[in-house]
Ligand binder design. Sequence first.
Ligand code: DX5
Ligand code: ZN
Length: 219
Amino acid sequence: MTLIAPSILSADFAGLAEQVRLAAEAGADWIHVDVMDGRFVPNITMGFVVVEALKRVTELPLDVHLMIVEPERYVERFVEAGADVVTIHAEATVHVQRTLQMIRAAGAKAGLAVNPATPLDWFDDVWDDLDLALLMSVNPGFGGQRFIHRSFQRLAELRRRRGEAGAKALIEVDGGVGPDNAGELARLGADVLVAGSAVFNDRAPVSENISALRHAIEG
Ligand code: DX5
Ligand code: ZN
């Protein structure tokens, strides 16, 4: 089964609790929280206080995606704030394995993300320390970007590597995911699909958007 993780980056922040409630009611599995620092990516978003606030209004797991440099300085505080999964970027720290271990020691699931042009080799040495492997299918920084087609191949390759390693980490795809590609991504073995602008937009209600994704996945 492929999980759906709506990214609140595209939600209406003036009514965040309500947006999350609508997503949960419509069957979202996780809530994806994009933390950006204006250094690793050219955008600044949210931090601890938003994670804490979300924790009070939803029982869904909070999937916190850190697009920040030196994430080792902050991972424990994100776990304290209520993150259930904390994902760091391979490109953002010189201490990937140590930071993954810090996340688990703090009591959360540990994730590693890679940008679209970063070799998948990063995963090969850390499967034992990993609960989630996040494949970026856009360059991180903004919602609403177009899916990079080569990500299909990278997903298949990552799936192969995970099998070879006998690892259990979930594979998550993030960026440009919508009803048009969710079926193929699920078929290729994505365990979790992040969707921001495909869930929170002006075109249709959140419930319809999540149903459309669900149908694509099951179709
Ligand atoms: C991009 C973020 C994504 C983003 C996805 O840097 O990591 O989680 O919110 O947005 P969409 O689904 O609109 O590409
Ligand atoms: Zn993300």
